[in-house]
Design a protein around this ligand. Structure first.
Ligand SMILES: NC(=O)c1ccc[n+]([C@@H]2O[C@H](COP(=O)([O-])OP(=O)(O)OC[C@H]3O[C@@H](n4cnc5c(N)ncnc54)[C@H](OP(=O)(O)O)[C@@H]3O)[C@@H](O)[C@H]2O)c1
Length: 258
């Protein structure tokens, strides 16, 4: 059935994606920093679905992490048929006040590790003429993000990178899908120091729905997946509005989350 490597599998969207892969009979390799959570999830998936589930405990903020993950997979002879670059985090705050160390780490996890893992595993997929990559981007990929400037910029990179690769890879049997969810009910907001006002909480997407949309889109080889009709409409409308207006709108919204 094939093997999936999923980063950020200890919680949230990544954990739900791991459930979906396992339920479909795929073996999984779960990557994150929290060993206890990864072990518990692996055990649940093995018991529930009778698949193979292995864990790799890594901090993707470390420059060598992606290479180390790749070498473990090579040594263990785990052929990666599905790569899910999901690990990521954000930080709310004015750029003049936020910690550079956190933002440097964010770029390392959201951008550098995602790029390195893609670089490592993609050639094997192309050689086999089969493979699927799911890059978890965001609604943030489509617009500038005042008060979360670095996070939005990292997600713009993920979308641009994924669309470009999808084009380069036409005819190879390998596809790259960017999953672009709006606010989703996970631990993301706490890690990002966000206090969502009630209307944002109310319109937050269900994590299972987001994972299902991403999984289905990746399997179909879609280029972009935006879960939820209102969010698809929002992205469509943004194309026709001046960027400065969109930036002002995002700024207004983010202020309410401080
Ligand atoms: N929730 C939203 O509103 C939303 C909206 C759009 C896009 N997204 C994107 O969706 C992805 C998943 O986020 P989520 O909402 O599921 O958040 P989450 O519940 O906080 O999960 C984040 C996952 O990433 C892992 N991670 C974070 N830093 C890591 C590091 N340095 N090394 C390895 N793993 C790391 C975490 O595991 P450990 O802590 O165990 O390492 C965790 O498994 C992210 O890329 C995020 O940007 C989220």
């Amino acid at each position: 059935m094939g093997m999936a490597l999923i980063t950020g599998a200890s919680e949230g969207i990544g954990k739900e994606l791991a459930h979906l892969f396992a339920a479909a009979g795929h073996d999984v390799i779960l990557v994150a920093r929290n060993r206890a959570k990864l072990e518990a999830l692996a055990q649940t998936l093995i018991t529930r679905h009778g698949i193979q589930a292995n864990i790799i405990v890594k901090d993707l903020g470390h420059p060598q992490a992606a290479d180390e993950i790749y070498h473990i997979c090579q040594t263990e002879q785990w052929p990666i048929d599905y790569l899910v670059n999901n690990a990521g985090f954000g930080l709310l705050g004015s750029f003049v006040d936020t910690e550079l160390a956190t933002e440097t780490d964010m770029i390392a996890v959201n951008v550098t590790a995602l790029t390195q893992l893609t670089k490592r595993f993609l050639p094997h997929m192309v050689e086999r003429r089969s493979g699927r990559i799911l890059q978890v981007a965001s609604l943030a990929s489509f617009m500038p993000g005042p008060l979360m400037s670095v996070y939005y910029a990292t997600k713009a990179y993920v979308l641009s990178f994924s669309e470009a690769l999808q084009q380069e890879l036409r005819g190879t049997g390998v596809t790259v899908t960017a999953l672009c969810p709006g606010p989703t009910n996970t631990a993301f907001k706490h890690r990002a120091n966000m206090n969502n006002p009630p209307h944002v909480e109310k319109s937050s997407l269900d994590v299972r729905h987001v994972a299902q949309a991403g999984y289905a889109g990746m399997m179909k080889g879609k280029t972009i997946v935006i879960p939820g009709f209102p969010y698809r409409t929002f992205v469509f409308l943004c194309r026709f509005l001046p960027r400065a207006w969109v930036s002002r709108f995002v700024h207004f919204n983010q202020k309410q989350r401080l």
